[in-house]
Design a protein around this ligand. Sequence first.
Ligand SMILES: C[S@@+](CC[C@H](N)C(=O)[O-])C[C@H]1O[C@@H](n2cnc3c(N)ncnc32)[C@H](O)[C@@H]1O
Length: 314
Amino acid sequence: MAISAFSYIASASYSNRNHKLRCWRSSFSFSPPSRPSSRCHGKIRAHKHGKVSSRSNGVTVLSSAFFRGKIRIRGYCMLSTSPNGVAVISSNENYGNKEVISVTPQLYEYILANVREPEILRELREETAGMQGSQMQVSPDQAQLLAMLVQILGAQRCIEIGVYTGYSSLAIALVLPESGRLVACDRDAKCLEVAKRYYKRAGVSHKVEVKHALAINVLESLIETEEPGCFDFAFVDAEKRMYKEYYELLLQLVRPGGVIVIDNVLWHGRVADPLVNDKKTMSIRDFNRSIFEDKRVSICVVPIGDGMTICCKR
Ligand SMILES: C[S@@+](CC[C@H](N)C(=O)[O-])C[C@H]1O[C@@H](n2cnc3c(N)ncnc32)[C@H](O)[C@@H]1O
């Protein structure tokens, strides 16, 4: 990594919505930020020997259009406008120098360009793009992961809570066998109409049992009417503050070896920011902690989309 021969000042500002950063030298290394923050505004002074100080309480870093090669960031906070991508290194030295890639707009374009998105899903995504709440839809790469899990499991019976206009449920239904069944539930009738139209167009209506109701009611009624452990796969993408309740009920409905996937577990990165303590963030953080400690499942947090946790029931 190139290190500039003298100190310099870069101005940087960052907010969750708007990644902005300017830096006028090639690159530098620096010590971990004293405090992780995603709301850093201020000046960063970078020295040749790897110190970065900031007048604000956060920190962070860098990249520039002139940069060639890789930027390495040690710490929690990172930013980049670099088209080359950014590698992040844990600030905990016990993890060594293991670098993980951070997705930039350019890299994300590349990932999306490599998703095999069925035509019918593309059409649904494009129709939904003009609708209110389109940001709620899972991304094509997430949908592809869900579909793959369903295929790997050889799933016959699935549940989705939080359908919206049907993008993730359609991705699941498309890969279910003819005898497969997906219970798809949402409280919003208007969105469900769009979803049903697309199930029909895709020729999968017979696989999807649409439930227009509150998720908790649907799950409770499934517990009453179905055998315990008769589902193979569940996807949770509805009310965030109800995640614990959904999860407990789904654990009864899913078989050992079955999988429950929960969306939005990284909550735009807020779960990792100790300065963010609104109710939704705290409830997702709390939920993540409880799953981490739950010996009834194996878990894997996947930083895809807004973060998905894959739980395999033991
Ligand atoms: C994030 S969106 C689901 C996106 C969908 N999985 C997709 O990929 O298009 C969340 C959906 O959950 C629904 N929802 C929120 N709270 C709910 C509840 N308590 N019961 C049922 N549905 C709920 C909303 O109406 C919304 O359509």
